[in-house]
Write a protein that binds this ligand. Structure first.
Ligand code: ADP
Ligand code: MG
Ligand code: MG
Length: 919
């Protein structure tokens, strides 16, 4: 502990000279390495690691993420000492490059690249060709003997710098560019000669002067400082913030800035630039995968301006560079023990590596790749577990189209299959509309010419994304795969009129609101709504498909079996009915952490009996109704126990306020009024009036804090009696049939040990009676939910009576924050926008507040009773980051909804591998 603190003070020391803020890489040696992602960002650490491995990486320097935080802390100023460190490293870079910034003979050009710890595709900015000015461009021409290339680079630089740093809209530059093209009567960018490009440069400089009131900055160090600060600023732009919110990335980690010597893929036909993956990120297949463009610069590939060639074709055009690229990337995959996503540039047949990182992939691909890497002995099962994001498993459970239905409808076009899955919905053309329509309860498909990072909110809610341009590594494709959204991109036959909100395809005109469907695995698009069908995994689980016929099921099962070997936490499910329990068991849950008995009351024909019980105004009548409920509940419990094959089942006694089972007061009042007005009288009217009177009697101002939970059992002990009898009779019957059942009877909403003691006396008495009557003796446990802050605080007392605790983190969150779960939606979003809360505390546990109460409950409970069984049964039981926390505090199990069980199994294994209990 003491150690940690001293380290922290050192790193936030105000004397920047005391440690490094700039890390150099070049000449086969780097200051950093792959383990420094926090400080250097993913890009910077990858460049350092590749440099150390002797790979061809243009030299450069990384300004650390700490400097980003300093930039914000010091109100957009960088301390002089850090500025000096940057200048020193720039000198080193000039030496390594054999060129000088701003030189009119041999100028050094650099890129200024953003790069945070986690990749955020397209969210922040990068500037290429920095260092060019009116002198340096002549120097570049002198060195390369290529005037066209030199002025093309200069105009790109002014355009990028103008847009990113000076915030001049892109289309202002495009307008000038098109004007020159028109004037020279050419169609393609590449047809402009040196003189035409010189004119473009002059026009661009004019734009800058007019828009900013100053000349375009000529001094390279000034350019660099401005670009660096723009990258820092881009960390806080709205789309980057939105991205971080969606992916749960904290704001405080900041971005690094990489300044790297430029290499040129745009010097002519022997040059190229491209991106790729060592395996297919959509399907997981082991194949070299990617795209490139001849005679182009980096951003051209992703921008979707020209349609790139697939990487296999590179072998034909530039065979040596291709061979080297394959060798290097295969080596990188082995080295990093994971699929690599890389960027490269070939300058006059010479290959340079510009980036490598773990490739983002679909959930489907993640499972295929993890199991393949183990089969290829590249990783161990333990390492493979860490390669799959638990949330991504959900994609494998998502429905696909019913093949028979799908075949019936002809495809109107086919695009590139960028991200698998079945998407069906109403067409919208903007991200904002996608959000709006979704709020109205519609399912939409977002159709765009191409997506841009600003579309992220719309992509997030859409069923799928369809674009007309761009390749497999375009923005829509990358983001679609990451989100697990079905995406088809580059469907070039679509004629989209975004303003008119229509698109044309093969003689059809499709309007906003029309239904379309597409398959992200085949790329086919159809003009209809198509029914979907359960995933293969669900088909295997429900017995309609043989396991050995489903490759993906076998791999899914294999991965989860590995996870089971490494996890410490038990996994249970929240299931109320036998069929849910069976599904949970099939998904791998070994136990039920929460069976909500009241859900059984809603079963067919039961509500009238429940109402009879509630309407009774004396105990005798209430008992009569309860006697009718008893056999129904007993049969339900029997089914749930049986579906768990002897694994523990926790059954909670009745919890909700009773009026939830009665008709609404307002409705009854209307009915009574109508009956009276239409002259009805007699028994029907009297009964309605009686019901209304009882409903009014039960009316509460704040039902969630009212007559519910243990308070019901205390005021109506006969309910607890009936439920105990039903549970014990079912368990005794199964024990007689040979299935050993240890029921766990859980009393909800306990805040004081005396409440629990009151109920335990009843449970024990009825249990003894039942066992005697049945002629068997079985083991059972009585415990409580810890969901009221007072329960956590007095857990030491409660543990004198309780044999187990289950943390009910939904109510505990509600009561700790004082936020009503049903009303919090109105303000939680704004709380997150204003950064008052990082995340929705109902989805992911608030470790500081609610978590502290859980920890307190664990510590105090175990102090009284070291063997106390501890679990959690709130929504948080299926949330990976919350599971990490529960691993840390040392719970025995988590319980979540049946569909989350696979996620929880994997997350629990990852938590066990990365966390020590009590940390
Ligand atoms: P992003 O994170 O958006 O991919 P990058 O910083 O990786 O941004 O750069 C954008 C593009 O510019 C990439 O295609 C990259 O390969 C290219 N690029 C970056 N730095 C250089 C460089 N020094 N020389 C040539 N191309 C570069
Ligand atoms: Mg990149
Ligand atoms: Mg509760």
């Amino acid at each position: 502990m003491a150690k940690k603190t001293s380290k922290k003070t050192m790193s936030s020391s105000s004397s920047p000279k005391s440690h490094k803020h700039v890390y150099f890489f070049g000449n086969g040696k780097a200051d950093g390495n792959r383990h420094m992602k926090d400080l250097l960002g993913g890009k910077g650490s990858g460049l350092a690691e590749m440099t150390n491995a002797g790979l061809p990486v243009p030299p450069g320097l990384t300004i650390t993420t700490e400097v980003c935080n300093i930039y914000y802390k010091e109100k957009a100023k960088i301390p002089a000492a850090i500025e000096r460190e940057i200048v020193e490293n720039l000198k080193k870079l000039e030496k390594a490059a054999g060129a000088t910034l701003g030189s009119s003979e041999n100028p050094l050009l650099v890129s200024v690249r953003s790069g945070a710890k986690f990749s955020m595709p397209g969210m922040m900015d990068t500037i290429l060709n920095l260092g060019l000015n009116d002198d340096a461009v002549e120097g570049l021409k002198h060195r390369t003997k290529n005037g066209r290339f030199s002025f093309d680079s200069y105009r790109r630089f002014i355009q990028m710098f103008g847009n990113v740093v000076l915030e001049i809209p892109k289309d202002v530059f495009e307008h000038e560019f098109d004007a020159v093209k028109k004037q020279r009567n050419v169609k393609l960018d590449t047809e402009l000669d040196e003189n035409a490009l010189r004119e473009v440069v002059e026009r661009y400089k004019g734009v800058v002067a007019k828009r900013t009131g100053r000349a375009f900055p000529q001094e390279p160090h000034t350019q660099l400082t401005m670009a660096r600060d723009a990258v820092f600023r881009s960390w806080m732009n709205p789309r980057a913030q939105e991205y971080r919110r969606i992916y749960d990335i904290p704001d405080h980690i900041g971005t690094a800035v990489n300044v790297q010597m430029m290499v040129f893929g745009n010097t002519g036909e022997r040059s190229a630039t491209g991106v790729g993956f060592t395996r297919n990120p959509a399907t997981g297949k082991k194949e070299f995968y990617g795209e490139f463009l001849i005679n182009a610069q980096g951003e051209d590939v992703v921008a979707g301006i020209r349609t790139p060639q697939t990487i296999g074709e590179l072998e034909l055009v530039l065979p040596n560079a291709y061979k080297q690229l394959r060798q290097i990337t295969t080596r990188l995959e082995k080295h990093y023990k994971d699929v690599q996503d890389f960027e490269f540039t070939i300058q006059d047949e010479r290959l340079f590596m510009l980036q490598t990182r773990s490739g983002k992939r679909t959930g489907y691909a993640a499972v295929i790749i993890a199991t393949d890497l183990v089969a290829e002995h590249l990783v161990t099962p333990k390492e493979a577990i860490l390669l799959v994001d638990p949330e991504a498993l959900n994609q494998l459970l998502a429905p696909g189209f019913d093949p028979a239905e799908w075949k019936k409808i002809p495809a109107v076009t086919k695009g590139l299959p960028a991200s698998p899955g079945a998407a069906s919905g109403q067409v919208v053309f903007t991200a904002d509309d996608a959000v709006k329509w979704t709020r109205e309860g519609k399912q939409v498909v977002l159709v765009r010419r191409e997506t841009v990072p600003d579309d992220i909110h719309g992509m997030f809610v859409a069923q799928g994304i369809l674009t007309a341009t761009g390749g497999m590594t375009s923005h829509a494709a990358v983001v679609g795969r990451q989100m697990g959204k079905p995406s088809v991109v580059g469907a070039g036959e679509l004629r989209i009129d975004e303003h008119g909100r229509t698109f044309k395809i093969g003689g059809h005109t499709v309007k906003e609101g029309d239904y379309i469907s597409f398959d992200g695995l085949s790329g086919e698009v159809k003009l209809a709504r198509v029914a979907s069908k359960p995933s293969e995994i669900l088909q295997v689980l429900d017995g309609s498909l043989a396991a050995k016929k489903s490759d993906i099921y076998l791999r899914f099962e294999k991965l989860l079996t590995w996870a089971d070997k490494y996890r410490r936490l038990g996994i249970r499910a929240n299931a109320d009915l036998p069929d849910q329990a069976e599904l949970a068991y099939a998904f791998g849950a070994r136990g039920i952490g929460l069976c909500r008995t009241e859900h059984m009351f809603f079963g067919e024909g039961r509500i009238p009996i429940v109402q009879e019980m509630i309407l009774a105004d004396n105990e005798a009548d209430r008992r009569k109704a309860l006697d009718k409920l008893l056999p129904l509940q007993r049969d339900d419990f029997y089914g749930v126990f049986k579906a768990m094959h002897g694994s523990p089942v926790t059954i909670r006694t009745i919890d909700p306020p009773l009026h939830e089972f009665l008709p609404k007061r307002e409705e009854l009042m209307v009915e009574v009024a109508v009956m009276e007005a239409t002259g009805k009288s007699g028994r029907a009217l009297e009964e309605k009036k009686h019901l209304l009177a009882r409903v009014e009697q039960l009316h509460e101002f704040n039902p969630m804090l009212g007559h519910r939970g243990v308070r019901l059992g205390i005021t109506y002990p006969e309910i607890t009696e009936m439920q105990t009898r039903a549970i014990m009779e079912a368990a005794c019957r199964l024990n007689k049939e040979g299935l050993k059942i240890v029921p766990e009877i859980m009393i909800p909403l306990v805040g004081s040990v005396k409440e629990l003691r009151d109920q335990k006396v009843i449970v024990d008495r009825v249990a003894a009676e039942t066992m005697k009557a049945q002629g068997v003796k079985i083991k059972y446990l009585v415990g409580t939910m810890i969901e009221i802050p007072r329960g956590a605080v007095t857990a030491d007392q409660i543990a004198q009576v309780a044999q187990f605790f289950s943390f009910g983190t939904n109510d505990l969150t509600q009561l700790t924050f004082g936020f009503s779960r049903d009303d919090a939606g109105k303000f939680l979003r704004i709380y997150q926008e204003k950064k008052i809360l990082d995340k929705d505390p109902f989805a992911s546990i608030d470790t500081e507040g609610v978590g502290a109460l859980v920890r307190m409950g664990v510590e105090r409970g175990r102090k009284t009773s070291p063997d106390l069984k501890l679990g959690i049964c709130g929504e948080h039981g299926g949330d990976p980051s919350s599971i990490h926390f529960f691993e840390k505090v040392g719970l025995d199990y988590v319980s979540c909804s049946p569909y989350r069980v696979p996620v929880a199994r994997l997350a629990a294994a990852q938590a066990a591998l990365s966390v020590k209990v009590g940390d």
